[in-house]
Write a protein that binds this ligand. Sequence first.
Ligand SMILES: Cc1cc2nc3c(=O)[nH]c(=O)nc-3n(C[C@H](O)[C@H](O)[C@H](O)COP(=O)(O)O)c2cc1C
Length: 502
Amino acid sequence: MSWWLWIPVVVGALLVGTVVYDLVQRKHSILRNYPIVGHLRFALERVGPELRQYIVTDNDEERPFSRDQRRWVYASAKGENSYFGFGTDNRPDEPGYPIFRHCAFPFTPPADDDGSVPAAKILGARTGRPGAFRPESLVNISAMSFGALSGPAIEALNRGAARAGCLHNTGEGGISTHHRHGGDLIFQIGTGCFGARDARGRFSLDALLESMADAPVRAIEIKLSQGAKPGLGGVLPAAKVTKEIATARGVPVGVTVHSPSRHSTFRDVAGLVEFVEEIAAATGVPVGIKSAVGELGFWDTLAAEMAKTGGGPDFATVDGGEGGTGAAPAVFADHVALPFRDAFPRVFDAFARHGLHHDVVFVGSGKLGFVPDAAIALAMGVDLICVGRDAMLAIGCIQAQKCHTGHCPTGVATQNPRLARGLDPTDKSVRVGTYLEAFRHDLMTLANAMGHEHPSLIGPEQIAIRGDGGRLIDAVDALGLDRRWYDERRRESLRTTLRDGG
Ligand SMILES: Cc1cc2nc3c(=O)[nH]c(=O)nc-3n(C[C@H](O)[C@H](O)[C@H](O)COP(=O)(O)O)c2cc1C
């Protein structure tokens, strides 16, 4: 055979070898799902920065997450060098740009510091719940259900949560086998009450207790709404209601499931507080709510009712309007509910006016998975940060924005078994655990530079924000905070927990 006839043979053998390697390796979901073709993505990614620098977008342009932000998550998740060289390529002169005021004499952590960054408040202390506890981690994983995410993705998040000592919120789809890999859970009760409903779809305390019986549920979250689709219910089409999903949700297999836009168990704030108390009394664990912020009267009425009764939610998760979702109509994702920085101060203010801000635990979510955003949230009064899409990035999401189609190429937000197969939960759990640890570490480093032993002690007076006219404005004014709630008493109250633990 002439030598040139060997060329196609060798090329063919190389291609077959590559296909076999791609299918067998467990590191890259894209290659497992798209052998050979998937390599193109890596090649383009490698030369992408150079191409884009001249032709398309810069490092801070893309949304929801810019390339710089994604790069930071990917590098942190892989334990790679996440430093940036040659100085910033941001525009510190742009309106809204935050600057943190570091100290001339930063805080030096003790030599025996173990690197942990627990919360500075105790969940359930105000109401004396038997299961009150101090969350081990300031950063935790947001609600994302099995259904919106694939089984391997949920497993990776749960294993990663266990690794990083975080809480893993189940989302509104109940508890599945994928949630049982060692990570502590927050069980979310959405409007469909999945995992906590009777045959007619109404809330059932017995079903809730049954779901929790053999699962490490540390707290319960009643979801009123989420930032990307407030005031909306949802539909899970029959084709997606597999046996596994049906079991986790407590619904029949292969039948379309509707979740309404609101809970049917209570109709007003007093009813919500009673519902919280009923669940807390039966389960013993802290119970909170999650909501996006629209009408403000709700928060004032809630805080007043809590102050009057001494009961009610142990924590309030405030989700910014910029939050993520598996699927939502554009107008809801784009225009309904306040963005986090507008929303949170109003909620904090409502609780503070009723004297509850030192005791209620505030959880923040909505693009807070990056150090500057998280630090500003903490300074505004947030006690726990929850990350959703950032955790998805850490397990391989490439921001393809196909969650609503079921065709997520990385196997994260899909129920397609062929695509989900590409995501190796063991490998990806290490990544998400490493990202969460790196994030906490970077937050702590910033707090130390600002003179504190804990990130929750960062105050808004230590932050300046570039105003429209180009001048730097104190964050207290730029964010519309009420100075009365951000005095030394707030720090003293947090220091008590930091000192005495819990
Ligand atoms: C795929 C996906 C599924 C989600 N599912 C839920 C859910 O079941 N319940 C809920 O309260 N929020 C859900 N969310 C919203 C997140 O919990 C979070 O509040 C929001 O994405 C903002 O956080 P992030 O910017 O860190 O992603 C979901 C978000 C995504 C991206």
